[in-house]
Design a protein around this ligand. Structure first.
Ligand SMILES: *Cc1c(COP(=O)(O)O)cnc(C)c1O
Length: 473
């Protein structure tokens, strides 16, 4: 037997920098003849490099992250552990009979989400909010096609998230935009004016992106249904109402939820997500396949849906996101409704504290988020919302969503989420007050921020006009 010192130099013993000669099954023509040229760095140095990069990044683990409409809340770490349990680590091609536990979890999650939304049937397949929206709009399209009704238009209020018109358009509809009224809500008269037999649906967000609850929602749903049209509910930010009311009670026919926002999957950086879509009984036969069913003995992926719009995603969907959502729902149980209560309480607390310093365009009780503006600072001190956002970065705070919704000039959309404590909220208020004062006394300091971030202010015009997309040494 060879001693440890006689054995090859770790791994497979193949020296990657030389010509590979000892893998016989690879044809000569595919074998490397030149040196591979990998950087010669130790693992320790590589690790330090990436740690340094990640330290430059701002994240919820570092500080307050009130990015409105994005629900950047604390997501329990135990969910990650559960999602990575061995049994959940299945191959996408695993057959139903070998995936009974996973299917059972999905089935139970479907039922939990149906209870939470009040709806009658659901698909877990779509992989993002926007994907759920498009799925929902395709369902609505197919529904009218089956009824042989030619309805081409979808009504969307001007406060809507940009994905709403994009999804409806991609599903083949024309978009009719309607204005919000003085209270930041859908203007019923404006709605009546555009409501005709061509209208397939209205897409609503409730509470809307101003964080305001649409108090006329029942009247709107009656008007729509009388016209034979449907109602779509953008439920990306469901932490505003969970356990208190639901889209079914409000008269909606289709709803999507962002599991990666409300039901705890970290989503900064873009994924993975799950934009599940739930529908009422009359739309059940249009859902994408498969949905998860149970025949009393075994769980299975059900492809037998009469008017299905087809597949919207492969295999089991984004399964790990589903595990986290299910764990989160089970952990909280009946306390889910306190999630919403705290989210709403925190947002109202901040709104009341900040409205003396920044303009509040809609002085209404808010739900999970609210919108203030930097209009006063811009007019009086020449400091825009963009500068205020940059200054916040120096205060160990991620800027809120800015310049959205589009109907508010110099908008700052603030969502503290349910998981922040009062001390953290008060610190944020102090930082915002400090910035408001600095705008008056030292506007130059705000205009030149951030001072502490690893990357200072970038030239956004040049970046947009002449993007340099090549990596250089
Ligand atoms: C985040 C969000 C969406 C889109 O969700 P994605 O998962 O990012 O595609 C849609 N509507 C609202 C109100 C949102 O906040």
């Amino acid at each position: 037997m060879k001693t440890i010192f006689e054995k090859s130099n770790g791994n497979s013993g193949i020296n990657l920098t030389d010509k590979v000669t000892d893998i016989d099954f690879i044809s000569e023509k595919y074998k490397r003849t030149n040196k591979i040229g990998l950087p010669q760095l130790s693992e320790l140095e590589v690790m330090r490099h990436y740690k340094e990069l990640s330290d430059m990044n701002f994240c919820i683990e570092k500080g307050f992250y009130p990015l409105g409409s994005c629900t950047m809340k604390y997501n329990p770490k135990v969910n990650e552990l559960l999602a990575s349990l061995d049994g959940f680590n299945i191959h996408p091609n695993t057959k139903d009979e070998d995936a009974q536990g996973c299917l059972e979890l999905m089935y139970n999650l479907q039922n939990a989400l149906l209870e939470i939304t009040g709806m009658d049937s659901i698909t877990l397949q779509p992989s993002a909010g926007a994907h759920g929206e498009m799925t929902g709009m395709m369902i609505i399209k197919k529904y009218f096609e089956t009824l042989k009704e030619n309805r081409t238009k979808v009504i969307i209020p001007d406060s809507a998230h940009g994905t709403n018109p994009a999804s409806a358009k991609m599903a083949g509809f024309d978009i009719i935009e309607i204005k919000s009224n003085k209270k930041g809500q859908i203007d019923i008269e404006a709605l009546k004016q555009v409501l005709d037999r061509d209208v397939a649906a209205i897409m609503m967000t409730n509470p809307n992106t101003l964080g305001i609850f649409e108090e006329n929602v029942l009247q709107i749903s009656e008007l729509m249904h009388q016209n034979g049209s449907l109602l779509y509910y953008d439920g990306a930010n469901f932490n505003a109402i969970m356990g208190h009311t639901n889209p079914k009670l409000m008269g909606f026919d289709v709803v999507h939820l962002n599991l990666h926002k409300t039901f705890s999957t970290p989503h900064g950086g873009g994924g993975p997500g799950a934009g599940v879509v739930a529908v009422t009984e009359k739309l059940k036969q249009y859902l994408p396949v498969p949905i998860i069913n149970f025949d009393g003995k075994k769980y299975y992926r059900d492809y037998n849906i009469e008017h299905t719009i087809g597949n919207v995603k492969g295999f089991y969907g984004n399964f790990s996101v589903l595990v986290k959502a299910y764990a989160y729902i089970l952990m909280l149980g009946k306390n889910l409704k306190y999630v919403s209560e705290n989210a709403v309480l925190n947002a109202n607390y901040l709104k009341e504290k900040l409205k003396q310093y920044y303009n509040l365009p809609y002085d209404e009780p808010c739900m999970h988020e609210f919108v203030i503006t930097g209009e006063k600072q811009k007019e009086e001190n020449g400091v825009s919302t963009l500068h205020i956002a940059k200054a916040l970065m120096d205060g160990n705070t991620h800027p809120p969503t800015v310049y959205f919704p589009l109907i508010v000039h110099e908008a700052m959309m603030i969502e503290p989420t349910e998981s922040e404590n009062k001390q953290r909220l008060d610190e944020f208020v102090q930082t915002m007050i400090h910035i408001a004062n600095e705008c008056k006394t030292h506007p130059q300091d705000i205009l030149s921020s951030p001072h502490l971030a690893p990357v200072k202010k970038i030239d956004e015009v040049t970046a947009a006009r002449h993007p340099d997309l090549n990596y250089k040494e």
